[in-house]
Write a protein that binds this ligand. Structure first.
Ligand code: UDP
Length: 327
């Protein structure tokens, strides 16, 4: 039995990771200020005596050093995420993401704790290469467009994690998530799958932003959790960056059609200009496909759940909830 700290452990990815670690008989510490995480996500785990929840922010928690000291591995997932949050609160995004990661890494130096730092496919920015490899150039838009502050903050986190590894000998691993989906993901910060499911299940037309010809690759949460566990256990992963996701690509319009089909909804599709959905001048990304060969090689694991199955499982979770509203 080992002890794992998950910052952001009551969020979508964190709560699934906590569940998987508890199932494997480990001790789990969660540090979460419940800003975007939800207590409901871990309600079913709270009677487990091997789970400890500390409700505080990474940047404000007086017990951060003790919690890191007590853990063999830290999964640092706490961050400001979601397009709506990023556009509305750029200061919080930048400060929270950079300061939080620095505090975790600094704490990890004390006892040389392993830290898995969550990053994002957003760091590839406007790059047009298909697929993206971890050592590709990163191409962000201008600083006058606040959406890029999220990618820039995560890029700094990556530099910082690699610098702590090289200079302070903290074993760090960086994971770039490509549109992870599954039960417990919320739509109110902008994520497309929970928004479409909620709209379809309520019989409301699905709101596709832009032409719908832009594409994404959606990775199922169960596959992402399995990779995280394997990377945490791998010496080969230390000091390395990994794309995590499913390389199967789909346009947002085709995604909307698939959601309508698997929910049996009568809803149609409305196309909304990006400027109305977000902010005038908003730059969306056309394509974003991961090359996952590095993660496959190091972990021996490949994605098992395809998009349709991932949507069905997420639909079933939605149907088990009290409300189908976007939240
Ligand atoms: N999107 C959409 N309708 C929504 C939310 C998002 O059409 O209600 C589009 C969005 O413009 C983008 C894609 O879906 O092209 C994925 O958006 P999300 O915010 O989930 O992820 P990201 O853009 O970070 O990949």
């Amino acid at each position: 039995m080992a002890t794992y700290l998950i910052t952001g452990g009551s969020g979508f990815i964190g709560s699934h990771l906590a569940e998987a670690l508890l199932e494997r008989d480990h001790q789990v510490l969660i540090l979460d200020d419940l800003s975007s995480g939800r207590i409901d996500n871990i309600a079913h785990l709270r009677k487990n005596p091997r789970l400890t929840l500390v409700c505080d922010g990474v940047t404000t928690c007086p017990e951060l050093n003790e919690m890191v000291d007590a853990s063999e591995v830290v999964f640092h997932l706490a961050a400001t995420v979601g397009v709506f949050n990023i556009i509305e609160s750029p200061v919080q995004t930048i400060v929270n993401n950079i300061d939080g990661t620095e505090k975790v890494l600094k704490a990890a130096v004390r006892k040389n704790r392993k830290v898995i730092v969550a990053s994002t496919s957003e760091v590839y920015g406007k790059g047009t290469k298909v697929p993206f490899r971890e050592d590709d150039d990163l191409l962000l838009g201008p600083t006058s467009k606040s959406r890029w502050s999220y990618a820039a903050s995560k890029m700094v986190d990556e530099f910082m994690a690699l610098a702590y590894c090289a200079e302070k000998k903290v074993p760090t691993v960086i994971t770039r998530f490509f549109n992870t989906i599954g039960p417990r993901q919320v739509g109110k910060y902008g994520m497309v799958v929970p928004r479409f499911l909620s709209q379809a299940l309520r019989g409301e037309n699905l709101k596709v932003y832009g032409s719908g010809e832009q594409s994404r690759c959606f990775g199922y949460i169960g596959d992402v959790v399995e990779w995280l566990l394997r990377l945490a256990a791998s010496d080969q992963a230390v000091g390395e960056v990994f794309n995590l996701g499913n390389p199967k690509e789909i346009t947002i319009r085709a995604l909307a059609e698939m959601v309508i089909r698997i929910t049996g909804s009568e809803a149609g599709i409305d196309c909304i200009p990006h400027a109305d959905a977000y902010k005038p001048g908003f730059e969306d990304i056309e394509r974003r496909v991961p090359d996952i060969s590095k993660a496959q090689r190091v972990t021996g694991y490949s994605p098992r759940v395809d998009l349709e199955e991932a949507l069905r499982r997420t639909r079933d979770w939605f149907l088990s909830q009290d409300s189908l509203e976007i939240r």
